[in-house]
Ligand binder design. Structure first.
Ligand SMILES: Nc1ncnc2c1ncn2[C@@H]1O[C@H](COP(=O)(O)OP(=O)(O)OP(=O)(O)O)[C@@H](O)[C@H]1O
Ligand SMILES: [Mg+2]
Length: 249
């Protein structure tokens, strides 16, 4: 791929100090240094509440995606709960424009599925929308099945895919299938920007991993993330790890 669709993001102006967003490490980092994208796959990893969703949601909205997820053609809204960070964002785009795109958030994927069913109940031009998603209503599939149906049928390449915890519904084998699909899509000139807690997903080859901590954001090897280290330490000796955690040594 000659260029990335999203090259960097930063802030246009400072947020008011009393705004909770101004206190988030990701926002401080955006204000000071910005975030540069170097690879076709970028992961954001960090503790619960570190600001991953806030960050990638703002990026997705700035690129015209619906705050609750979907393609750029989704305009439904069940709850107006997105943060105002998108209004302060400065995003530098590459020369190439993506021909495909999707903003996937685990927490509101149900509403995306409902919206597709709703669109197909209304008269419209062209075939049913669900045909692009494998032909079976996403509500008639399990959570993990519907995610994979989306990635395998709807993601077409040359796309910008912004995913918030895509592993949420996935079994380990599901994550492996997701990685196989990502590999194919990366070959077909796609850019992925992903918030994740999955140590498996973080091992995707050639990806850049940004770890978010109180002190700021660092580009790290996936083996050096807290998520990976904690998981490895646990799995090396689960019995003694559990006894230690529960104070039963
Ligand atoms: N309206 C709000 N007012 C005040 N604080 C908020 C508001 N919305 C979110 N926050 C806070 O912003 C922080 C970042 O939330 P965010 O959802 O981005 O975290 P996250 O890294 O995606 O976490 P997780 O891994 O649990 O998904 C959290 O501490 C949250 O409590
Ligand atoms: Mg989140």
């Amino acid at each position: 791929m000659r260029d990335l669709y999203i090259r960097s993001m930063g802030l246009l102006e400072q947020l008011p100090r009393e705004n909770y967003l101004a206190k988030l490490p990701v926002v401080k980092h955006l204000a000071d240094d910005g975030i540069t994208f170097h690879k076709q796959v970028t992961f954001f990893v960090g503790e619960n509440g570190s600001g991953k969703s806030t960050l990638i949601e703002a990026l997705a909205i700035s690129q015209g995606f619906n705050p609750e997820g979907g393609t750029k053609n989704f305009h439904f809204s069940t709850e107006n709960s997105h943060s105002e960070l998108c209004n302060y964002l400065k995003v530098v785009r590459g020369f190439l424009h993506p021909r495909d795109g999707f903003f996937l958030r685990a927490e509101s994927f149900y509403n995306v599925a409902s919206n597709i069913d709703q669109m197909d109940r209304e008269p419209g031009c062209g075939g049913p929308v669900i045909n692009s998603y494998g032909g079976v209503s996403l509500h008639r599939q399990s959570h993990g099945e519907s995610f994979l149906a989306l990635v395998e049928n709807r993601f077409g390449g040359q796309g910008l895919y912004i995913l918030d915890e895509p592993e949420a519904a996935m079994s380990p084998r599901g994550i492996i299938r997701l990685m196989q699909n990502m590999d194919e899509l990366v070959r077909r000139d796609s850019q992925f920007i992903i918030a994740t807690h999955s140590p498996m997903l973080l091992a995707f080859p050639g990806a850049e991993v940004y770890q978010i901590r109180e002190e700021g954001i660092d580009s790290v090897r996936f083996q050096d993330t807290d998520h990976y280290r904690t998981t490895v330490r646990f799995l090396q000796n689960p019995e003694s790890a559990v006894e230690e955690i529960l104070g039963r040594e």
